[in-house]
Design a protein around this ligand. Structure first.
Ligand code: ADP
Ligand code: MG
Length: 337
């Protein structure tokens, strides 16, 4: 490609908001074909590119259509799930129990295979991979965060975070250096020798986040990451996720909570295995909502979150006669923008 053409492509990318991760961003796919990835001339491939995805369990009358929707009575065709997630996005997947969230997450995380449809993960068609290749892709491309932390009992934080690097064959000194950097990124410099039972829930989840990101994966995949946390720890973990995303990391998380979805740049709603709503709350290329205008974001916290924050506020604020309205929290008239 000549310099003039590449300049025009770069201009077009800027104009249409298509600029994505810069070269050298951890997880950015290599040159087309080098490792099976398929870059387009527009830049790196999306992290997730799913077409006509279906997942059914069982057979005959007992068939459960977990993903892809019911078949059209006339054509017999079910619509399937299409989903493209660009590098740098922060996506919340919402939906009631049984709507297919875990099924979708398991497929996106290469923990399960679809009944039909195509899945390109960071440009790699995972449909043709065997179990060993899939485990390599999981290790290299995805950082998992679970509701229940899944830390190793009685093991110091530093060793927990080093573990995925040990699996990847990274040498000991380098493991330690990277694990310390990851723990620092989640604000746990002073807790590296602590074991899970010596850490709060929020701190344990931040260790889990450090472990998930230490391999520089293409995306973080989190299933109800704040489901077991109180409101203060939830805020701590969300603040870490906001910062990671602002630094370019792609994040997909499942959540029931509006307060968590508020942090996302994009909210996807599932009903009966189909995407029924896809809402963009902030541009892919910009900071996540909580960081683009922190004062505005705080002022618009849902009532329950404000009430919980108030419960954490200094006792003085709750003395009789002290300002007690929700506005006292934000120090403003509630935000009029
Ligand atoms: P969610 O995580 O949104 O609660 P799931 O993805 O777990 O929903 O489930 C979607 C649908 O698929 C549900 O009807 C569920 O009962 C069904 N399902 C999930 N896993 C299995 C399975 N292993 N066998 C049969 N049905 C399943
Ligand atoms: Mg589930």
């Amino acid at each position: 490609m000549g310099p003039a053409l590449s300049r025009r492509l770069a201009l077009a990318r800027d104009r249409f908001g298509l600029r994505r991760g810069s070269p050298g961003t951890p997880g950015t796919p290599g040159p087309a074909g080098a490792d099976g990835t398929q870059d387009s001339p527009w830049g790196p491939a999306p992290v997730i590119d799913v077409r006509a995805l279906h997942k059914t369990y069982g057979h005959g009358d007992a068939t459960v259509r977990a993903l892809g929707g019911p078949p059209d009575p006339e054509t017999g065709q079910a619509p399937g799930v299409d989903l493209v997630v660009e590098q740098g996005d922060l996506v919340a997947v919402m939906g009631s129990s049984g709507s297919g969230k875990s099924t979708l997450m398991n497929i996106l995380g290469c923990l399960d295979v679809p009944t039909s449809g195509r899945y390109l993960l960071d440009g790699i068609d995972v449909g043709g991979l065997d179990e060993h290749q899939l485990s390599l892709v999981r290790n290299r491309k995805i950082g998992f965060v679970f509701q229940s932390f899944n830390l190793v009992p009685r093991t110091p934080a530093l060793a927990q975070v080093e573990l995925p690097l040990a699996y990847a064959g990274v040498k000991s000194a380098e493991r330690r250096r990277r694990a310390l950097a990851a723990l620092s990124l989640v604000g746990l410099d002073d807790r590296v020798a602590h074991r899970p039972n010596e850490l709060s829930g929020g701190q344990q989840q931040r260790v889990a986040v450090a472990r998930a990101l230490v391999t520089a994966p293409a995306m973080l995949l989190a299933d109800e990451p704040t489901g077991n946390l109180d409101s203060r720890s939830t805020e701590d973990v969300l603040a870490v996720i906001d910062r990671l995303n602002a630094a370019g990391r792609t994040v997909v998380l499942i959540t029931h909570e509006d307060e968590v979805a508020r942090h996302a740049k994009r909210v996807i709603r599932l009903v009966d295995g189909q995407i029924v709503q896809d809402l963009r709350q902030a541009p892919v290329d910009g900071p996540p909502p909580a960081l683009s205008d922190p004062a505005y974001f705080a002022a618009h916290a849902p009532r329950t979150a404000q009430a919980q924050a108030q419960a954490h506020a200094p006792a003085q604020a709750q003395l009789p006669g002290a300002p007690h309205s929700s506005n006292a929290l934000t120090g403003s008239g509630g935000g009029t923008r």
